[in-house]
Write a protein that binds this ligand. Structure first.
Ligand code: A2R
Ligand code: GDD
Length: 315
């Protein structure tokens, strides 16, 4: 099996590349942006901007992968409020470039995994806390709008052109080396800096009452590989843990694991114009079709993320 990961220079990319090379033994190539570095043994890397459709098509003609994992995105909800246009350009126009590049190649019918988001469900009525794939979507931020639109295009192209597209709604994924704009990495970085005496013992946080569904990135990429093999074309799959944890609970765990005395301050700049109170995935469809189940507990992910930050900050 030949796999191509588009957007492999981000957080999930190198974990997915390792899963495909070491776990699945697939011939795997990644694309990245020129300033990024992806060094996964046994994996070749090419520079690719998904906004350049000709370049996307040329690479696909050259490699003709059997499976394409489309990860490339502007992935920050917070940034999407600041720059909705850029978010639309990358997440919607960029994804269409990938789909249209595949379509333009005569006789070529790869499987395509489009990675969307649990954020697509958005503002749900208060009693709907567990969201299945058929729950109507009400995106609550610009990022979520682009991912919902990507999902609709995936479903439309699968139906209209018979393309082998599987859509994924990924809920919050976490793990070592995630960028510090995301909550677990952000809190772990601040706690590590405090433990090492690099900053005053005060953590700056946003909304602690929101509840989100967190899964370790290594479990997430196992699910992606299984969906590439067993996911049904034209269908959407939730990928999450099936449990919702309050951000306050995560903060408490991180502070306890850091062993430091820490004060907490709400930073108004970290609050969002609209906040969805609870997001929790119904993962029964994923489990039925693939047999996947999450294996790494959140405490372990937090411990490893904290450790990696300490190592990096001491360099
Ligand atoms: O924004 P950057 O400089 O971090 O680069 C991101 C890259 N990217 C692009 N790649 C090709 N052409 C573009 N025009 C373009 N714009 C951005 O896609 C980054 O290296 C990668 C996405 O990785 P992350 O932002 O680290 O997201 P993560 O956590 O790996 O999530 C993978 C997928 C995304 O579609 C998320 O929206 C979804 O899972 O949750
Ligand atoms: N980043 C951040 N920093 N978030 C905070 C903070 C803080 O200091 N304090 C509280 N939060 C809350 C946010 O308001 C949000 O409710 C929750 O923590 C998670 O925020 P993020 O980690 O920034 O992730 P996200 O949920 O906005 O988006 C992530 O998950 C989506 C899937 O559900 C991203 O990885 C998206 O790309 C992904 O699609």
């Amino acid at each position: 099996m030949k796999a191509l990961i588009i957007g492999g220079g981000g957080f999930v990319g190198s974990y997915l590349a390792r899963q495909l090379v070491q776990g699945c033994h697939w011939d795997t190539t990644v694309t990245k942006l020129p300033q990024e570095d992806v060094s996964v043994e046994g994996c070749e890397a090419y520079n690719l901007d998904i906004l350049d459709q000709d370049a996307v098509e040329a690479l696909l003609v050259r490699l003709r992968p059997d499976v394409i994992f489309h990860l490339a995105a502007q992935s920050s909800v917070a940034f999407s409020w600041k720059n909705p246009q850029k978010t639309v350009e990358i997440n919607l126009c960029g994804s269409l470039n990938v789909l249209d590049a595949v379509r333009a190649i005569e006789g070529y019918a790869p499987r395509i995994l489009l990675i969307g988001s649990g954020e697509e469900y958005g503002m749900l009525p208060p009693e709907t806390e567990l969201v299945g794939e058929d729950t109507p979507v009400h995106p609550g931020n610009p990022y979520a709008v682009t991912k919902a639109a990507q999902n609709w295009f995936g479903s439309l192209y699968a139906r209209a052109y018979g393309m082998e597209i599987v859509m994924i709604r990924a809920f919050n994924h976490v793990g070592p080396n995630q960028a510090p704009q995301f909550v677990v990495s952000d809190f772990c970085k601040q706690a590590a800096e405090i433990s090492l005496g690099l900053r005053e013992p005060v953590m700056h946080v946003g909304n602690l009452s929101a509840k989100r569904d967190f899964t370790d990135v290594r479990d997430v990429v196992r699910a992606y590989a299984l969906l590439a093999q067993h996911g049904r074309a034209g269908e959407t799959y939730n990928v999450g843990s099936g449990t919702a944890v309050a951000i306050q609970e995560i903060l408490t765990q991180i502070i306890a694991q850091s062993g430091a005395e820490i004060q907490v301050e709400i930073d108004p700049a970290k609050l969002r114009p609209v906040e969805i109170p609870v997001i929790r995935a119904d993962i029964s469809k994923l489990q039925q079709d693939t047999g996947w189940t999450p294996e790494i507990p959140l405490e372990q992910t937090i411990a490893e993320t904290l450790d990696v930050w300490k190592q990096q900050l001491q360099k």
